[in-house]
Write a protein that binds this ligand. Structure first.
Ligand code: URP
Ligand code: ZN
Ligand code: ZN
Length: 486
């Protein structure tokens, strides 16, 4: 099929200009000056984008679909989450495959079988229902010489990124020695290490103290996960990046001090990059103090208005490279069903921790919200430019994670993942407008100006206004190559 999107204004990471886009099959074949002869060719499927602007499909580098935790599961799976992403203008998502637990006894008798293959198989199976394109990072949650020896098999599987944790003691955390050695191996194989930065030991000390003192409300989730822990952990990761020369990417940056540390390290040539997420730009501990504060519980937690501002500054100055979502939704009240695609569904959620903040499932919805909320409250509010918006939410993640220029670009040869926006559309946003499979939305009642109108995935229109044209199984697994250091 050949499609021409004509008369639109293209916004890329570097330019804004008028051009027609010719799509042949799944790729963009040409960018044409408006009204060129091609537009007269018979048999063309013409989409008129007069008065609209066009961006490359969003690339969300950080999502968790169908993730079991806290005795329940994140409430969007690889179909519902993908569909929500598409309605919000995102056409590529990256999830985290788990490192499967060690087999005991190990099949070789030598111990240390990595669990990478089993983790990947599990996640690839879940993702068979994918509706948009996707890839995986690998959580690295145990490490020894035999695990290290299997890291190159990930690259062969198209997984060029490892996530490490400096918190969640006894579950996901690696000690600093393990992280340091993993960085060396990653460097050797051209991989990028992503780091969840908090101080696990401080957190594990503060939580029982808070509970013993009777502090059980959501606000104490933030009070027991102090901001300075995130800051020093970010600097610790930067120090190890400097020593090993391995690139590091700090996920879900939440504290202003982390932006300071990133800037400090980058000014000294350390290969360290960072991602923040919309909630850390808009919300604070005050939201956790509300009666429905559990809605904002995720890790790391919401900080302060000053932190919000410092993160915006880091984005505008270019010291923070991406905005992901860390989409990991739960119901606020999972005892009451919602309707999704005509069926009732209820999944246990935040109510599990109504008497104890440590039992509230950690994670927030956001995969659909990211682009429209950032367009209105980032670009239109003058905090970032339209080109920075595209860089932060599409082009930079594609480059850093080895998908560029197939993804994140409107260029001949790129996948035709395209979003046509109605820049004038006014939306009173909220749960009723969202396809995220949960019973609440963090941006309830927010006024948005500008919303994705048509969304194409590899040349196929999957969203047309309110109509869903995509389907389960349409999404492709993307094997990633080595990314760039930005
Ligand atoms: O609370 C969150 N962010 N849940 C997802 C897991 C993580 O650490 O990213
Ligand atoms: Zn994390
Ligand atoms: Zn996450």
């Amino acid at each position: 099929m050949t499609t021409l999107i004509k008369n639109g204004t293209l916004i890329t990471a570097s330019d804004t200009f008028q051009a027609d886009i010719l799509i042949e099959g799944e790729q963009i074949s040409q960018l044409l000056t408006p009204n060129s002869e091609v537009s007269q060719l018979p048999g063309l499927d013409v989409v008129d984008a007069t008065g609209k602007f066009i961006t490359p499909g969003g690339v969300d580098p950080h999502c968790h679909f169908d993730l079991p935790m806290f005795g329940t599961v994140s409430s969007d799976d690889h179909y519902t989450g993908h569909k929500a992403a598409a309605f919000g203008g995102t056409t590529t998502v990256m999830d985290f495959a788990p490192q499967a637990p060690a087999l005991t006894p190990s099949p070789t008798g030598r111990g240390g079988e990595s669990g990478f293959q089993r983790g990947m198989e599990e996640w690839l199976k879940k993702a068979q229902k994918a509706a948009i394109d996707y890839s995986f990072h690998m959580n690295l949650t145990r490490f020894d010489d035999s695990v290290a020896a299997e890291i190159p098999t990930l690259v062969e599987m198209g997984v060029t990124t490892l996530k490490v944790f400096t918190a969640y003691n006894g579950r996901l955390r690696l000690d600093d020695g393990g992280i340091f050695r993993a960085l060396r191996v990653a460097k050797e194989h051209g991989m990028l290490v992503m780091a969840h930065c908090e101080n696990g030991d401080v957190i594990e000390t503060l939580i029982p103290e808070a509970l013993a003192a009777g502090h059980t409300s959501p606000e104490w989730h933030a009070r027991t996960r102090p901001s300075w822990g995130a800051v020093e952990s970010t600097l610790r990761m930067a120090a190890m990046a400097q020593e090993t020369k391995a690139p590091v990417y700090i996920v879900h940056m939440n504290a202003g001090g982390e932006a300071d540390m990133l800037e400090y390290a980058r000014e000294r040539g350390v290969p360290v990059m960072g991602e923040t997420c919309p909630p850390y730009l808009f919300f604070s501990i005050e939201h956790l103090q509300r009666p429905d504060g559990a809605k904002w519980i995720c890790s790391p937690p919401m900080r302060s208005a000053a932190d919000n501002s410092r993160l915006w500054e880091g984005l505008a100055e270019g010291s923070i490279q991406t905005i992901g979502t860390d989409h990991c939704p739960f119901f606020f009240d999972g005892t009451k069903p919602i309707r999704y695609e005509g069926k009732e569904i209820a999944i246990p959620g935040k109510e599990l921790g109504k008497d104890d903040f440590t039992k509230i499932p950690n994670g927030l919805p956001g995969v659909q919200d990211r682009l429209p909320v950032l367009w209105t409250y980032g670009v239109r509010a003058g905090r970032i430019s339209a080109n920075q918006f595209v860089a932060l939410t599409s082009t930079n993640p594609a480059k850093i994670f080895g998908l560029y220029p197939r993804k994140g670009a409107i260029l001949p040869g790129a996948d035709a993942d395209i979003v046509i926006w109605d820049g004038e559309k006014r939306v009173k946003y909220g749960v009723a407008h969202s396809h995220q499979r949960t019973d609440y939305n963090l941006y309830e009642g927010w006024e948005l100006v500008g919303y994705p109108e048509k969304v194409f995935l590899r040349g196929k229109m999957i969203v047309d206004g309110e109509k869903w044209l995509g389907k389960s199984g349409d999404g492709q697994f993307l094997k990633r190559k080595q990314g760039e250091i930005l």
